[in-house]
Design a protein around this ligand. Structure first.
Ligand code: GLY
Length: 414
């Protein structure tokens, strides 16, 4: 009797010891992984800063040219917020105030955009920059700038359509359909600025616009299997849908991977801000579609239906002639970051585990550059827009931004 009790106790102690040392080892592994990636990202971004110089309003890092040199944009493109945002994440990951100094400088250079109403991208432009600035190093003027930016974005909202207009016009690739009120799935991302501005100003209007836009998106942007259309065009007199199709995907009936990524991230964020389970369920179904269609290395093709039977690009789209099955690491980085939140909100470990696998794949030599290459961006092998014959198999500043955000979320994971 006594001997068997001792045996059980010994087994229990050994078991506990085994579990504790496994947990410690896993924790160490995670720490090493994060530290190594932060070290690399810091070194690579220092080279980027040295190369790009001081912010001029015209030199926001975007991608690499064909000859490997850095390509920049002015502040009125959709991506200037990502570089300052990446600098903020490096500050958050390291605590090093040099990153904060640079992040502030690059963020402040975007202030003139607070009154910009030329497109729907103000959320990307101002929230990735000033939103992070307010979160990590709050100043009263940041709040004013975020509120004014939200006001500018809200001018694009139409109550008949119950959506924010994305672009001011455009045509479908077939050249016949001219759009009047195009809304693209990417627009979900800009709602974060509105939710935040509503909180800091107490103005519920911003919140209401964001919720109405999200509801209209649920109604019209998804197919039964929760794959997404990139573009939905509306009639502003009746509010009816005029067209569903694509601008950046393979074909009108296909699913553009980054569009699906914006939708997953967007609806997870709308759930965070509203706590309405409709949005969480939507995010789950969108993520399930994305995950189900991933290849073995967890990095999606740039469009899930490239060169498949039943999917035909139209007219002037470069996808008519270019049908290589390229991957898009930027879509993976966006979803990777979103899945850390989705895992937390659903308490479903499989989303978190997928996020960790995607992060490891992105950080592998297959997708992470080596020091001083890739025009000093971190992530390789992204696709901007094949239909427009633009940014094919290149680095993109937003892939780096969401990769760093995913590292922050992984680090904070309990
Ligand atoms: N928002 C534009 C893009 O994802 O390419």
């Amino acid at each position: 009797m006594k001997t068997s009790k001792i045996t059980v106790l010994t087994f229990l102690l050994m078991g506990t010891f085994f579990i504790t040392s496994c947990t410690k080892e896993k924790k160490k592994e995670k720490e090493n992984f994060i530290n190594e990636n932060v070290e690399f990202a810091s070194a690579q971004t220092k080279l980027m800063l040295a190369n790009v110089g001081e912010p001029t309003g015209k030199n926001y890092p975007r991608t690499a040219n064909e000859n490997g040199t850095l390509r920049v944009t002015d502040m009125y493109d959709w991506t200037p917020g990502f570089f300052p945002g990446s600098l903020w994440y490096l500050y958050e990951l390291t605590g090093d105030t040099t990153w904060r100094y640079n992040a502030e400088k690059w963020t402040h250079s975007l202030e003139p955009l607070k009154t910009y109403t030329g497109n729907h991208d103000l959320g990307f432009m101002m929230y990735c920059s000033y939103g992070n600035a307010e979160r990590l190093a709050s100043k009263p003027e940041y709040k004013d700038i975020l509120i004014e930016s939200a006001r500018s974005l809200s001018t694009r909202y139409d109550d008949k359509v119950q959506s924010i207009k994305s672009w001011n016009g455009g045509k479908a690739w077939g050249d016949t359909t001219k759009w009047t009120f195009p809304v693209i799935i990417d627009n979900m991302m800009n709602l974060e600025l509105l939710f935040n501005a509503s909180k800091i100003s107490g103005d519920k209007q911003f919140y209401d616009i964001a919720v109405k836009h999200a509801n209209t998106t649920i109604k019209n942007h998804f197919r039964e299997d929760f794959s997404s259309y990139h573009v939905v065009d509306y009639d502003t007199i009746t509010g009816d849908v005029r067209f569903k199709g694509t601008a950046q995907g393979f074909s009108d009936n296909s699913t553009w991977a980054r569009g699906q990524a914006w939708a997953i991230y967007g609806f997870t964020m709308v759930y965070r801000e509203t706590k309405d389970s409709t949005y969480l369920n939507t995010a789950k179904q969108l993520a399930d579609y994305f995950i189900k269609n991933l290849p073995a290395d967890f990095i999606p093709l740039w469009d899930f239906n490239v060169a498949q039977t039943g999917y035909t690009p139209q007219g002037k789209s470069y996808a008519v002639e270019f049908q290589e099955k390229l991957k898009d690491a930027s879509a993976a980085a966006i979803v990777c970051s979103a899945l850390f939140e989705l895992g937390e909100f659903t308490q479903n470990k499989s989303y978190t585990e997928m996020a960790i696998k995607m992060l490891h794949s992105l950080a592998s030599p297959n997708y992470r550059a080596t020091l001083g290459t890739n025009a000093n961006f971190i992530i390789m092998h992204c696709v901007g827009s094949i239909p427009h014959k633009s940014e094919i198999n290149v680095p993109l500043c937003y892939a780096d931004y969401y990769f760093l955000e995913a590292l922050v979320r992984y680090k904070n994971l309990k």
